[in-house]
Design a protein around this ligand. Structure first.
Ligand code: F6R
Length: 606
């Protein structure tokens, strides 16, 4: 999950490469680098840390060259320092790489025996030297084809050559790569986002393909080096979403945008006039589907888990959830009457994509719930349900989570109704209730000062727990994930009823514990579990919903009451205070909220 940019132009390219790299930092930000070609030389600059560091350390304005490649890195092989930063170069070839070369150790030995010297600890450097070696005896296309055949693993590559000063080669297997077309210049980028400020005309490379990008021409080749024709897509423009506006952080903006996220989702999918859900072009007869498997990673996995509870509550379908990195290597029993749903904000997550690919190879029914509709997961799924959130820039997923659970909920209702498992009256009632959801989220967002104050206690503690049952359990997991990834405080999400089977031993005097106990079917049980942790010294933050009945429980440290709505929709509201808790906790600690340490927005490696 690194970011790649390449530009071939009739004017100097370094400023545009830098701008694009800044946009790509969501893919990785532990080091950055650029290589340009000018006067028959490769000029390479690289730095540890952010793109800003690169700008501060070098006089990039005077970096000459009408052709160049750039990279932001998220380290896989070798520590994040300037030596391991990309590009990596030999005397005549310079490479930027996203992905992992699995056979790099063997290839390195082979190349050292041939007299090549290695400077870094990366797997990428073998690509540089393989190409250099093949160019001794082959022309460009042949050298690239031979090199790609020797590489095991996944990659997206941008390559420039000292002796061919008018072209960039791009290649892809596993990791995404796009070509963009501009006036008197053409581009290479690890996704359309990097290219959007320069063009909305894009072609995506397919696995195994490579391309030669010149300022006035792009030629594509398949894995055997044969020319192929590719379609040019026109992308929609949503530049405004890439601006923080008056917010301090993208995450703060994206949390506040959630009423709009839900409003847009409802507008896209709900037919209020006919009280129906517009999921009509479903490619399979609903009777053909007997069970469902939902697959995702991290926050997207929590959306899958949320959907499982709804599916089980409202339909008779058998439902499984799976973490993509586990799914892809298990011996799955593929079933023709199973629908496989892949949930992903970016649509590029390598593990989720691999799980989808496996299902496609086994001719399964595949459906994607994604935000980025131009993504690989969207393109390769048989049916796509976009969440219409607009770009999510903060590394920690917020509005995409709400967008995902909304679309999944609508799918549950639609399938339940088509299968006659939800009565028409209930179906229409539930659709009606959705109308108020944006406003209820808006009201819940008003909890702010209280959460800021509460966050201090979480920061001072050694660790914390997030407990919930039923519909609230996936939200507890999500709350804990947000806190740990942003404020680097250990936080554990747990089913409230499971505490007594071990984790209760963790509870000590003053430990902050979030208990999600809305007034649903699980309420009384959760309140009992809450008492068990209070009795052992926990400082409980109870999050429930407004009700005419008071909470009858003693010694609760703090209570937050979200708005009242039907049980199905409470998870949307419970999520909001947890996102804010994580945000304020990290803010108080002065951490980099939009780019937490060690993480990246789009995880395109295993
Ligand atoms: C956490 C977070 C990650 C992502 C995960 C999957 O806040 O954002 O856990 O949810 O990396 O990413 P996507 O949804 O792009 O597949």
């Amino acid at each position: 999950m690194c970011g790649i940019i390449g530009i071939s132009s009739n004017k100097p390219v370094s400023a545009n490469i830098i701008n694009s790299l800044k946009k790509l930092e969501y893919r990785g930000y532990d080091s950055a680098g650029i290589a340009t070609l000018s006067d028959g030389e490769i000029y390479e600059v690289k730095s540890e840390g952010r793109v800003d560091n690169l700008e501060n350390n070098f006089d990039l304005k005077n970096l000459r060259g009408n052709i160049g490649i750039g990279h932001v890195r998220w380290a896989t092989h070798g520590i994040p320092n300037s030596l391991n930063a990309h590009p990596h170069s030999s005397h005549n070839v310079s490479v930027v790489h996203n992905g992992i070369i699995e056979n790099s150790t063997i290839l390195k030995k082979y190349l050292i025996n041939k007299g090549h010297n290695f400077k870094s600890q990366t797997d990428t450097e073998v690509i540089v030297h393989l190409i250099t070696e093949h160019l001794k005896t082959s022309d460009l296309e042949e050298a690239i084809t031979k090199t790609l055949k020797q590489l095991h693993g996944s990659f997206a590559l941008g390559i420039v050559f000292k002796d061919m000063p008018n072209l960039i080669v791009g290649a892809r297997r596993g990791s995404p790569l796009a070509v963009g077309y501009g006036p008197n210049e053409n581009y290479l980028g690890s996704d359309s986002y990097a290219l959007k400020s320069m063009t909305n005309k894009i072609t995506y490379l397919d696995d195994g393909e490579f391309c030669v990008v010149k300022k006035d021409q792009v030629v594509f080749f398949n894995e055997n080096g044969k020319k192929v024709n590719k379609k040019i897509l026109e992308l929609s423009s949503d530049e405004a979403n890439y601006d923080k506006g008056d917010f301090k952080h993208f995450m703060a903006k994206e949390i506040e945008e959630q009423p709009i996220t839900i409003k847009t989702g409802i507008k896209e999918y709900v037919d209020n006039l006919n009280k129906d859900i517009n999921i009509f072009n479903f490619p399979w007869k609903t009777k053909e589907i007997k069970s469902i498997t939902l697959v995702g990673c991290g926050t997207a996995y929590h959306s899958c888990l949320m959907a499982k509870y709804w599916f089980e509550e409202l339909t008779t379908l058998d439902v499984n959830t799976d973490i993509a990195s586990e799914f892809r290597y298990r011996k799955n029993r593929f079933k023709k009457d199973n629908l496989y749903i892949f949930v992903s904000q970016s649509g590029e997550t390598a593990d989720t994509y691999a799980a989808l690919d496996l299902c496609n190879k086994n001719s399964m029914k595949t459906c994607a719930v994604v935000n980025v509709i131009e993504s690989s997961i969207a393109r390769d799924s048989k049916f796509v349900l976009p969440i219409h959130c607009g770009p999510e820039i903060g590394v920690a997923s917020t509005k995409a989570f709400l967008g995902q659970i909304l679309v999944l909920y609508l799918l549950v209702l639609k399938l339940g109704s088509l299968r006659n498992e939800i009565k028409i009256r209930d179906y229409q009632e539930k659709i009606k209730d959705l109308k108020d959801l944006p406003e209820l989220i808006e009201k819940t967002l008003l909890h702010d000062n209280d959460i800021q104050a509460i966050s201090l206690t979480f920061n001072e503690a050694k660790g914390s727990m997030f407990l919930g049952r039923g519909f609230s359990y996936p939200i507890a997991l999500e709350g804990a994930l947000k806190l740990k990834e942003l404020s680097y405080v250990h936080a554990e999400g747990y089913p409230a009823g499971e505490m007594k089977h071990g984790p209760l031993a963790l509870i000590e005097e003053g430990m902050p514990v979030v208990v999600l106990a809305p007034r649903d079917n699980y309420y009384k049980k959760t309140i009992s579990n809450m008492q068990e942790v209070i009795a052992r010294g926990a400082k409980v933050l109870l999050i429930t919903n407004k009700s005419k009945d008071e909470v009858v429980s003693e010694n609760i440290w703090e209570t937050i009451e979200v708005e009242h709505t039907n049980d199905d929709l409470l998870p949307f509201l419970l999520t909001i205070p947890l996102q804010k808790l994580a945000y304020y906790s990290a803010l108080k600690k002065g951490y980099d909220i939009d780019k937490p340490r060690n993480l990246a927005k789009s995880v395109t490696v295993e």
